[in-house]
Design a protein around this ligand. Structure first.
Ligand code: FMN
Length: 151
């Protein structure tokens, strides 16, 4: 299976999660991890699994990730399994805005993708991180769960 993980990261936490996800699914698959700036939104149809991740800023994906999603051609993800994740702070007050992962998943579905996992958030302990303990392992588990659901 060909998997592509596209992400961006301001302080490095989302990048760590993206790499943990890639590592978790690498043994049995061909996996690429790209920052949004390196990914071509028009060349996604050739992958079997596309996972997109972003930090949550004001309840949304950061602008570079949203721009990437906007540039994915209509219905070009038909036949592509998709999943989405974000990083976020575990404070009730910021939770009122919502989170990036659900919005990313909605965008990917709108472009024709088949959502194969619930959008997931991974927690940082402060605005700039670090990640909460155990989140890299949880990300690896989430990714392995995605592969299970594909079988
Ligand atoms: C401008 C700004 C807005 C943010 N808004 C939210 C938010 O609405 N909800 C939330 O949970 N975290 C919010 N955060 C915290 C980010 O989610 C956190 O910085 C991010 O997970 C770190 O990931 P990164 O290291 O990959 O950039 C915000 C951070 C910044 C800098």
């Amino acid at each position: 299976m060909k998997a592509l993980i596209v992400y961006d990261s301001v302080y490095g936490n989302t990048e760590k999660i993206a790499k943990a996800i890639a590592e978790a699914i690498t043994p049995s698959n061909e996996v690429k991890v790209l920052r949004v700036g390196e990914a071509n939104p028009s060349e996604l149809a050739s992958v079997n699994l596309l996972i997109v991740g972003s930090p949550t800023h004001a309840g949304r994906p950061i602008p570079v990730v949203q721009d990437f999603l906007n540039k994915v051609p209509e219905l070009s993800l038909k036949g592509v399994n998709v999943a989405a994740f974000d990083t976020r702070i575990s404070k009730k007050i910021v939770g009122m805005f919502g989170y990036a992962a659900g919005r990313i998943a909605g965008n990917l579905k709108k472009k024709g993708g088949t959502l194969i996992a619930s959008p997931e958030g991974f927690f940082v302990t402060g605005g700039q991180g670090p990640l909460k303990e155990g989140e890299l392992e949880r990300a690896a588990g989430w990714a392995k769960g995605i592969l299970q659901s594909k079988k």
